[in-house]
Design a protein around this ligand. Structure first.
Ligand code: ZN
Ligand code: ZN
Length: 415
């Protein structure tokens, strides 16, 4: 926990805190901030708190978890307790966001932390948590408030990525990868983010002008037509939350994304990278969609976890997001598998099972759940992204008239 013991350049943590507060959250004077993360992330949490107070935050409240405490539950908790979640905590989060608090999550999770725990118990506990978290998550996914996620180079995460290296070297490698992808290794990180946001906005605006009926993905074993929701809206980079504050929800981010039509997805999708979910690695996912729903699913590893995920609810086997990421992007070019969705989803084109983002629909203000569904927006307790893109990805946009427009060629934007 002591800064001196960290095997990387801590001045870059200061810069990461500045980007998290300035570009990620864009904290406003007088605004409260809720900070979530694991106890291991304290060196960054403390810097973020400092940067937030300098930006005028009124109260910064850290809510920290701990891997050992979580493991203790699965090892020793009574079987009948795994359908229970701390509802009071999640209600308080929803109250805070309802009162315009900004939300920042510092991610450093060891994705394999629970891999040796009973998947039945983990699945039940996660479901109970999803239900309790729903009101707070809705404030986040509907962009009621400015929010963001940044990553901290956690030790166990680093050792999973670089098993051949000693702990310090592994952590330093992960730190450098996070700093590079978050653009804090540049002279002017906040300026670099402005430039990057402008490029993402250009792509996003072009897709919105096209207003495609569907996208056809090919390559890496995928041959998938993803119908887009009626009045879908592409998002990407900086976005204005409903409280009027422009924020970057993910640091880093490389994607432009929108809401597919939950009933209009046809064909085969094959994962181009492993998916790490609830402490288990799911490899070589292959699914077949008919009328929007997965009718056949397999994986070479973790198939039981994947099928359990699909069984969560009706919407879990339908799509809630489709996202475009060029192969020529910093995270992709690092060639690393991070076992972390925040990074891996920004390395490749991806789809997400489950809940859609209402914010990816035009005129979504105050729209009812029934209206979202009528336009093709999916509803579920889950939102799980997995990668289908790579250097061979070809994407055609299918216009409302049925014409084809090149969108991606050989993994990158066609133009
Ligand atoms: Zn995404
Ligand atoms: Zn997603």
């Amino acid at each position: 926990m002591n800064d001196d013991a960290l095997p990387f350049d801590v001045t870059l943590l200061d810069k990461l805190a500045d980007v998290a507060v300035g570009t990620g959250l864009n904290v406003q004077p007088g605004q409260q901030v809720v900070l979530t993360g694991s106890a291991e992330t304290l060196p960054l949490v403390r810097r973020i708190a400092t940067a937030a107070y300098k930006a005028g935050a009124s109260v910064v409240t850290p809510i920290l978890s701990d891997e050992a405490v979580t493991r203790a539950r699965y090892s020793h908790g009574r079987d009948e307790t795994f359908d229970t979640a701390p509802d009071w905590l999640f209600s308080a989060m929803a109250d805070a966001y309802g009162a315009n608090a900004a939300r920042l999550h510092v991610s450093s999770e060891n994705p394999m932390a629970l891999s040796d725990m009973d998947p039945e118990k983990v699945g039940r506990a996660m479901k109970a948590q999803s239900i309790a978290y729903k009101p707070a998550l809705e404030k986040i996914s509907s962009f009621a408030i400015n929010w963001s996620i940044v990553s901290y180079p956690g030790r166990a995460w680093a050792q999973l990525m670089f098993p051949e290296l000693d702990g310090d070297t592994a952590q330093a490698r992960l730190a450098n990868a996070i700093f590079a992808a978050s653009r804090v290794d540049r002279d002017d990180p906040v300026g670099a983010w402005s430039e990057h946001n402008a490029e993402l906005a250009r792509r996003r605006d072009w897709l919105n002008d096209q207003n495609f009926a569907a996208l056809h993905f090919q390559g890496h074993g995928t041959d998938l037509t993803v119908g887009l929701a009626e009045g879908h809206l592409w998002q990407g980079g900086a976005a204005e939350a409903k409280n009027g504050i422009v924020c970057n929800a993910n640091i880093p981010t490389e994607e432009v994304f929108t809401t597919p039509h939950a009933g209009r997805v046809e064909g085969v999708a094959r994962a181009s990278k492993p998916l790490s979910h609830q402490g288990r690695l799911i490899e070589d996912i292959e699914v077949r969609f008919e009328k929007g729903k997965i009718v056949k699913a397999s994986a070479s590893r973790g198939e039981d976890v994947f099928k359990k995920l699909l069984d969560t609810d009706e919407g879990a086997s339908r799509l809630g997001e489709v996202a475009l990421v060029p192969h020529a992007s910093p995270i992709s070019e690092s060639g690393l598998l991070f076992y972390n969705t925040l990074y891996d989803e920004h390395a490749a084109c991806h789809i997400a099972l489950g809940q859609c983002y209402k914010d990816c629909l035009r005129d979504a203000d105050g729209i009812s759940d029934d209206d979202v569904a009528a336009r093709g927006g999916n509803a579920s307790l889950i939102h799980v992204d997995w990668m289908i893109g790579g250097p061979e990805t070809e994407i055609d946009g299918i216009t409302q008239n049925g014409d084809r427009v090149p969108v991606f060629r050989s993994g990158n934007w066609a133009d």
